[in-house]
Design a protein around this ligand. Structure first.
Ligand code: F6R
Length: 609
């Protein structure tokens, strides 16, 4: 959600900010804005617009600055408080203060009332403007003092970039529960919601510590704690190539990211395979974490939660420890039964998701052990969990998660095998075989990636459908859930996933002539059961796309399309079925001429409840 970039240096700030905002577009937004010191003086120019960053760039061209502005802040807004309008867009100004904000000020009503008693009124409906008003109210020339006083009164989450009209060339920044990274190089100092916004200038960055004030000038980046003591942050280095954040010849990021999956899995699992066995010692995750566990709770949202559903089956299958999968937004308010013998595994690509973060905090407060599976290095969820296993998918730009999902699956395999080994449920020999199975599955996944033309043809029918159903049992049910989510989010077609046996308990009434049903039947022990369910929908007229493993003789009257996976161990079909569901969603959206990478209403990282 909301993208932030601040820059002060020796280059044209407008250009850097627009480029930065374009790289942050993936986070999801509905309006954009920029503020800069027009000519090194106290003259702050603010330009805002609804819609795309390109609209903002066009509007910016009409502004004739006297000289090149070298300091400014830019923002993409995803509306929460107040509708989508220019007035509600950021930056917001009050007196000397102009700021951009990501997060939610929960007590903004209270603060607005307090300010109104002093005759200070907002012009927008946003919580962010209240912060600008509050900082300006306390401002008497000392920026840090005013910021400290104001944030003392704020409840909620924030990442701010603030400029003061009487301090040209200086940017102040502070954050709590919202991400901000900082960077400094020859061209100047940067602050941004994500390192992708600065990667063209430097690969070195640092995470801004929470509730510390950062002061950026053209040649310095200082960070102070709330007592005014300077703090030196740990510098991190981006470990992926800059090309990873560009489209690289593909029509969409989503397609590129689908193709990057085998490599992402290999990068994720390789450092965790030692002597052919799953091993997390390089991650400093001790075996003790997995000993004496009474139960495991996997918590996450959306696609990450579907990876968790898969993880549950795998962990229970091998270690026989009870696992539940909890939607993070439910879990956090569910008064869960947790103890020091509970292991809570939080899965998150962004590491920022507000509900998953709250779930981790709740788990810790109940004394449970916490392990997170996170893609973004140094993110809040990673920092707050007792232990973290990073997935190495690299930056995922398309809003619809693809490669981040399969790397989560790959770690679920390794976690399941490791827990089972440690609890003497899986021998080293068996674990080695399993690990080899993953490696072989990655090769099979590459074969399925070449089935794009076949899958494209199938979407001709799907693109015209109003409702689509996904069926599966066991591991295939978890895959079906992801299939329906992927299709919905980018093609805007209503889709539902059903545990195949459940359909006849009500939903089968929706199956009529030509309603597409995509059935996954890759698991031998329940194969016939899924086929029976396919027969049920077929006899009601469904248009059936059936996915099975190689070697299955399928009655051709049962389906309109039979998608055959390469011959493989059924435990590892999810890597291949994931590609199928992703292609089906992708090509359906492409056929419908939709904005695949930035679907409507969606944000890449959901930092609000
Ligand atoms: C769907 C999708 C979302 C995310 C969910 C959790 O394609 O991307 O459902 O999976 O918002 O996000 P993270 O993994 O960042 O916690």
């Amino acid at each position: 959600m909301c993208g932030i970039i601040g820059y002060t240096g020796n280059l044209d700030a407008r250009q850097i900010i627009i480029n930065g905002l374009l790289t942050l577009e993936y986070r999801g937004y509905d309006s954009a804005g920029i503020a800069f010191f027009s000519n090194g003086t106290s003259d702050v120019v603010t330009i805002k617009t609804t819609g795309k960053v390109n609209n903002l760039a066009e509007k910016l061209k009409k502004n004739n600055a006297d000289s090149t502005p070298v300091c400014g802040i830019g923002h993409t807004r995803w509306a929460t408080h107040g509708g989508v309008s220019e007035t509600n867009s950021h930056p917001h100004s009050c007196g000397n203060v102009t700021l951009i904000h990501n997060g939610i000020i929960e007590n903004y009503h209270e603060l607005a009332n307090m300010l109104s008693e002093k005759g200070i009124f907002p012009v927008s409906q946003t919580d962010s403007e209240i912060a600008a008003m509050l900082i300006n109210y306390y401002y008497e020339g000392d920026a840090c003092k005013a910021i400290r006083k104001a944030i003392n009164m704020l409840e909620g989450s924030y990442a701010f970039c603030i400029i003061f009209s009487d301090k040209p060339g200086v940017i102040y920044s502070i954050r709590k529960n919202s991400p901000l990274i900082g960077a400094i190089c020859d061209e100047g100092a940067f602050v941004a919601s994500d390192v992708v916004a600065v990667i063209d200038y430097t690969k070195e960055y640092f995470i801004l510590p929470e509730d510390h004030i950062a002061i950026l000038t053209a040649d310095s980046f200082k960070i102070y704690d709330l007592h005014g003591k300077e703090v030196i942050p740990d510098v991190m280095r981006v470990n992926w190539d800059i090309a990873a954040a560009k489209k690289g010849g593909y029509e969409h990021f989503m397609l590129k990211e689908i193709h990057e999956q085998p490599e992402a899995i290999t990068k994720t699992i390789s450092p965790r395979i030692i002597g052919g066995l799953p091993d997390f010692s390089n991650d400093n995750v001790p075996d003790e974490l997995f000993k004496g566990i009474s139960n495991i709770v996997i918590t996450a949202c959306g696609t990450a939660m579907h990876a968790g559903m898969f993880g549950r089956t795998m962990i229970e299958r091998y270690s026989r420890i009870p696992v539940s999968v909890e939607i993070a937004s439910e879990f956090r308010y569910s008064d869960p039964i947790l103890s020091e013998k509970t292991l809570v595994i939080a899965i998150s690509q962004s590491g920022e998701t507000a509900d998953t973060l709250a779930a981790v905090r709740l788990a810790k407060s109940c004394g449970a052990r916490t392990l997170s599976v996170v893609n973004v290095k140094g993110s809040i969820i990673a920092n707050e969990s007792d232990y973290v296993l990073y997935t190495h998918a690299g930056p995922e730009i398309s809003v619809a998660s693809t490669k981040a999902y399969v790397v989560q699956l790959s770690l679920m395999y390794l976690i399941a095998y490791r827990i089972a080994m440690i609890n003497n449920k899986l021998s080293c020999e068996e674990a080695k075989d399993k690990v080899n199975g993953i490696i072989t599955a990655v090769n099979n996944m590459k074969k399925v990636l070449k089935m794009d033309e076949e899958l494209y043809l199938i979407t001709n029918k799907l693109a015209k459908a109003e409702d689509i159903f996904y069926l599966g049992r066991g591991l295939d049910y978890a895959i079906a859930c992801e299939g329906s989510l992927k299709l919905k989010e980018i093609s805007y077609i209503h889709a539902e996933a059903y545990a195949a046996g459940e359909l006849k308990h009500g939903t089968i009434s929706l199956i009529t002539d030509n309603v597409p049903v995509i059935a996954f039947a890759t698991q031998e022990h329940i194969y016939q059961k899924v086929i029976s369910n396919v027969v049920e929908v077929r006899s009601r007229g469904a248009y059936v796309i059936l996915v099975t493993s190689a070697g299955k003789h399928v009655d051709t009257t049962l389906c309109d399309h039979h998608i055959v996976l390469p011959r493989m161990d059924e435990e590892f079909t999810p890597f291949c079925t994931a590609v199928i569901l992703q292609y089906l969603a992708y090509y359906t959206a492409v056929r419908r001429n939709l904005n695949v990478d930035q679907p409507r209403n969606l944000a890449k990282s959901v930092t609000v409840e």
